[in-house]
Design a binder for this molecule. Structure first.
Ligand SMILES: Nc1ncnc2c1ncn2[C@@H]1O[C@H](COP(=O)(O)OP(=O)(O)OP(=O)(O)O)[C@@H](O)[C@H]1O
Length: 306
């Protein structure tokens, strides 16, 4: 159940969300219950450098759903984003993105925020220009749009800046913005083409706790109010826990997907990692996972082979 919209997650669909014009996007509460899956993995596996990171991943994400990809360092969370982007082919199973093969959809339909980059404090480029790069950053050398196209671009940038609440500092050089402000502007960059899917690789990394909560709430609102499907790689589930519809927890060779309540339990994680893992809930509702093994790449263990 989505805590914001009260919508049950993962309910079946009638019509492809991608077939609808932007102006006709449904209310998010209906979007999650009526849309076709925008992302689908069936028995998917990823293999890099000759070893299988994970396999047997089944996951369905619909419009307006917020899904976190969790697991220890080096387990292959960013690799899952690469598979969804079509940068890395799945080693097994089937992966569908917006009804087609990964990488087939035009860039405008997928917003992507890579793992955190830092900006040099002396960088003079304005926040607004960073957001605009999301529109035309792939058109270097092509003349700037003019007339109606230019006006449309301006409106798109203003809309994205407004959506993330960055109006107060978007005219400042990005190097002079705080980490949280920079992250909001980068999210605006990923949103500026009004994507149907948002892939975020550790967007809360290196933010302090209040900023983690604020950015998590912002992403939750964008997802549930704009009907955007969000897949977010995260190390710590706590800042996003109350906004999430589902999680996929990766382990060497395998994965478990479901609601946080179903997946983040001592029983499920112990079964997944084949070693005792304890999930503790603190008085304020935060989850602490104890005994979760690091991925073999970081500790030199054996690797599953396909
Ligand atoms: N092109 C590649 N060739 C070989 N190994 C790779 C390649 N790309 C990634 N890896 C390895 O695959 C493993 C998974 O990487 P990935 O970045 O997906 O993990 P992650 O779960 O996102 O890690 P973290 O939480 O530390 O960011 C790592 O051990 C990484 O070194």
């Amino acid at each position: 159940m989505n805590p914001i919209t009260g919508t049950p997650a993962g309910v079946t669909a009638t019509r492809p969300e991608s077939a609808r014009p932007e102006s006709a996007r449904p209310e998010p509460a209906r979007a999650a219950t009526t849309a076709q899956p925008v992302l689908e993995l069936r028995g998917a596996a990823a293999r890099v450098g000759g070893r299988t990171l994970w396999s047997g991943v089944d996951l369905t994400v619909r419009a307006g759903e917020f899904v976190a990809v969790l697991g220890p360092n080096g387990v292959g969370k960013s690799t899952m984003v690469k598979v969804l982007l079509g940068v890395l082919p799945a080693a097994a199973g089937e992966v569908r993105v917006l009804g087609g093969q990964p990488g087939q959809s035009a860039g405008a339909r997928i917003g992507y925020l890579p793992q955190r980059r830092s900006f040099d404090p002396s960088l003079r480029i304005r926040g607004l220009d960073v957001v605009r790069l999301g529109l035309d950053g792939d058109r270097w050398g092509v003349p700037l749009p003019f007339g109606a196209a230019r006006q449309r671009d301006r409106e798109r940038v203003a809309e994205a800046v407004d959506l993330v609440g960055a109006g107060a500092y978007a005219h400042r050089p990005i190097g002079q913005c705080s980490g949280g402000e920079q992250q909001r502007l980068l999210i605006a960059q990923a949103l500026v083409r009004r994507p149907e899917v948002l892939l975020l690789d550790e967007p809360l990394d290196s933010l302090d706790l209040p900023n983690q909560s604020a950015v998590a709430a912002l992403i939750g609102r964008i997802c549930h109010q704009q009907g955007v499907a969000v897949v977010m790689v995260a190390h710590d589930v706590n800042p996003i826990l109350h906004h999430l519809d589902r999680v996929v927890y990766l382990a060497e060779g395998g994965a478990v997907a479901g609601t946080p309540a179903e997946v983040i339990t001592s029983e499920t994680l112990t079964r997944l990692y084949r070693t005792p893992v304890e999930v503790l809930r603190t008085a304020d509702g935060r989850l602490v996972v104890v005994g979760q093994p690091e991925a073999p790449s970081t500790h030199g263990g054996h690797h599953a082979a396909v």
